[in-house]
Design a protein around this ligand. Structure first.
Ligand SMILES: *[C@@H]1O[C@H](CO)[C@@H](O)[C@H](O)[C@H]1NC(C)=O
Ligand SMILES: *[C@@H]1O[C@H](CO)[C@@H](O)[C@H](O)[C@H]1NC(C)=O
Ligand SMILES: *[C@@H]1O[C@H](CO)[C@@H](O)[C@H](O)[C@H]1NC(C)=O
Ligand SMILES: *[C@@H]1O[C@H](CO)[C@@H](O)[C@H](O)[C@H]1NC(C)=O
Ligand SMILES: *[C@@H]1O[C@H](CO)[C@@H](O)[C@H](O)[C@H]1NC(C)=O
Ligand SMILES: *[C@@H]1O[C@H](CO)[C@@H](O)[C@H](O)[C@H]1NC(C)=O
Ligand SMILES: *[C@@H]1O[C@H](CO)[C@@H](O)[C@H](O)[C@H]1NC(C)=O
Length: 474
């Protein structure tokens, strides 16, 4: 009995804990196990684009394991540790995709909205869309993703506040949605999952937006309507630019005193093309990392607007594009040991208190009274939605990519597969990766040595804890 339970416990460890949960502390993302700061090295992942999102098709970007396996293999090889997925259908099964990304050390940043009518906040008339049916949809996304350890955060909104007129009406609704999501998570999730906002980089209103969303109305106490993180979609570094030419210097000085983690929820200007990605060493260098927690490159798949790293054909085959190779070379210049081992520095920054003087742009709302929960929604928050979708980690057994994938030069990659990380690892770029080998994802190489020891230590620890718990029950 004891032995079989211990084996079950170990099997659970093997399928459940490939990444270490990331928490928000002050303005840092912190790895909950090591206590070190975490930097996002990510890509946006929405094959088909938002216009391709169609629940009637029974598909979303995380619903087909065969597709996710192919893309996870290419992302592992590229060196990313996170994906952002914009439109998901909470009623589909995401277990295999979530487990595949988890197994290769990739976190998921999930938007709770979709472009369909009633599934996002209307920026011109937010009051028409802030309803219990809308909230039910956002809570369903939470239910569908809350049980995956690699769900890193939820975005309550993306680019809803885009100009002064929307800045005049939307911010209280954004805080209200944030409040409702955070209250829902506090009540119905065993793990605290951060909720934040992804802003358009409209410099005129950026600081006001950030201050409005991150300030507290209850100083000294927690305020659920504050965002846990603030992200921006930034396209100001184009071609061979620089810290000052791109205006990154202004962003860094604007966010020096941020009370929540700030990162690029999108970056990667594509004019001129092909991209050179010279912003990468700067984003992860000494000028930016004191303030910024990394970013997400827009975007994995090639779509009509031409930001893709990989071309996906309708028959499932794929071809790596030249931007992928360039980005990989830039990632490979990063000292990841140094990056992911920075001690967390700013874990106890206090948020500013909400007052009208925080807001400087005429026309941007400076009233911090936010809408009440709409009729019917408090019951959903208190009791949970019904029926509630659910997700769980499943064993990842297939590792070989079945589709044909070509290098940027047309050569077919042989034996493309994912490498399941042994224990607790997130994926990272690796300077040693050769773009021509293709088959070998970066994560295996440098991890083997130290890894074996580390995983057997944690297995022993797991057994010891299990035996201790079992003994105390008797
Ligand atoms: C709430 O969400 C669940 C799960 O997606 C769905 O089954 C249910 O119909 C929704 N309820 C309402 C009132 O929209
Ligand atoms: C940041 O905080 C410091 C110390 O409180 C203050 O002197 C400085 O003006 C602030 N900077 C910004 C951009 O708000
Ligand atoms: C974090 O702390 C460092 C060192 O004290 C400081 O330079 C930096 O500006 C702080 N960053 C934020 C976002 O508060
Ligand atoms: C898949 O589609 C691509 C692009 O149309 C084509 O080049 C390739 O031959 C097709 N592969 C298979 C196996 O049909
Ligand atoms: C999943 O994707 C694969 C490869 O593109 C395809 O062959 C398969 O039919 C898809 N499965 C579903 C359920 O759509
Ligand atoms: C990377 O960072 C680590 C930890 O700070 C340091 O020991 C190592 O020398 C650095 N490697 C290179 C190539 O700079
Ligand atoms: C702030 O907004 C609330 C709700 O719309 C309103 O009742 C209140 O009068 C406003 N306060 C000020 C100072 O305008």
């Amino acid at each position: 009995m004891l032995i079989s339970s211990a084996i079950a416990f170990l099997a659970l460890c093997a399928t459940t804990f490939a990444v270490q949960p990331i928490e928000v502390k002050g303005s840092d993302f912190v790895n909950s196990v090591t206590g070190n700061r975490f930097q996002l090295i990510g890509v946006a992942y929405q094959p088909g684009g938002s216009s391709g999102y169609d629940p009637a098709s029974g598909l979303d970007p995380l619903s087909n394991g065969t597709v996710c396996l192919r893309d996870a293999a290419l992302m592992q090889r590229l060196g990313v540790n996170a994906i952002r997925v914009y439109n998901v259908d909470p009623d589909l099964n995401h277990d295999l995709c979530a487990s595949i990304f988890n197994a290769v050390g990739i976190y998921m940043l999930i938007d709770v909205n979709s472009p369909l009518v009633g599934q996002s906040i209307n920026r011109a008339e937010p009051w028409t869309t802030y309803t219990s049916t809308y909230l039910n949809r956002t809570f369903a996304v939470v239910e569908a993703f809350k049980s995956y350890e690699n769900t890193l955060l939820f975005f309550a909104g993306n680019e809803v506040i885009n100009d002064v007129p929307s800045g005049g009406v939307v911010p209280p609704y954004m805080r209200a949605v944030t409040r409702d999501l955070k209250n829902y998570i506090a009540k119905h999730s065993t793990r605290s999952i951060p909720v934040g906002y992804s802003a358009a980089d409209v410099r005129e209103i950026l600081v006001d937006t950030s201050n409005y969303l991150q300030c507290t109305t209850t100083p000294g106490d927690s305020d659920p309507s504050r965002v846990d993180i603030f992200a921006l979609n930034s396209y100001s570094w184009c071609g061979e630019s620089s810290f000052t030419t791109s205006g990154y210097d202004v962003l860094i000085s604007d966010f020096t005193n941020t009370s929540v983690p700030v990162f690029f929820s999108e970056y990667g200007c594509n004019m001129p093309a092909p991209r050179v990605f010279t912003e990468v060493p700067v984003i992860y260098g000494p000028l930016m990392t004191p303030v910024l927690s990394g970013g997400m490159v827009y975007e994995y798949s090639e779509e009509p607007d031409d930001y893709g790293l990989v071309l996906i054909n309708s028959n499932g085959s794929a071809q790596i594009l030249v931007d992928y190779d360039t980005l990989q070379k830039q990632f490979d210049t990063l000292n990841v040991t140094y990056l992911q081992d920075l001690p967390a520095q700013n874990v106890s920054v206090s948020p500013p208190t909400c007052t009208s003087s925080l807001i400087t742009t005429p026309g941007f709302i400076n009233n911090f009274t936010i809408p009440d929960v709409p009729p019917g929604a408090q019951t959903l928050i208190d009791n949970g939605i019904s029926p509630a979708p659910s997700g769980k980690m499943v064993p990842v057994t297939a590792t070989k990519v079945s589709q044909v994938v070509q290098q940027s030069n047309g050569e077919v990659i042989q034996n493309l597969q994912i490498t399941i990380l042994a224990d607790d690892q997130s994926n990272n770029p690796d300077g040693a990766t050769s773009t021509s080998s293709g088959a070998s994802p970066s994560a295996t190489k440098k991890k083997n040595g130290g890894e074996v020891l580390k995983s057997s230590v944690s297995v022993l620890l797991g057994v010891a804890l299990f035996v201790a718990a079992w003994t105390s029950l008797l």
